[in-house]
Ligand binder design. Sequence first.
Ligand code: HEC
Length: 143
Amino acid sequence: MKTRILLLALLLALLLALPAQAAEEGARKKVDLPDMMKQHMLSNMRDHLVTLHEIHTLLGRGELDKAGEVAEARLGMSSLVSHNAAHMAPYMPKEMQAAGTEMHHAASRFAITAKEGDLPRALESLSKVTAQCVACHGAFRLN
Ligand code: HEC
């Protein structure tokens, strides 16, 4: 008797979970970019991840100044030109542009905070950068 109830509960849970998962995929809005631009954006993205990795490595070594410099040059406002941001922005929905802009601002703020030399505050500031990675990835997809 107990096993049957358990099995029923399991089946119900599975049935409820399936549409929820499908809705999650549908919730990410597909953004259509010309192929070259898509490749360019994904290549920027991979560079963002490498940059985050370098920042974490430097923070772990206590080299906060250097972490700030890397963040400003590769993710901050100084990186907009190298990422062709002005050229890409018109192809993106407004909220996507906003997440991108906020990420660059947050990275520049992190650069300033890091140089002040307080590790917990620097990490807190860095989480404002990653919050934008998370927000944009949760809302948009290219494929
Ligand atoms: C403005 C929106 C936005 C922001 C901000 C953003 N991303 Fe992305 N990223 C995307 C989209 C859209 C994709 C494609 C995802 C898909 O199609 O499933 C992507 C893909 C990626 C990929 C996969 C690249 C590949 O070759 O497939 C990585 C890695 C990545 N992002 C890292 C990051 C990191 C790290 C940050 C923050 C420092 C970040 N992204 C910030 C929108 C964004």
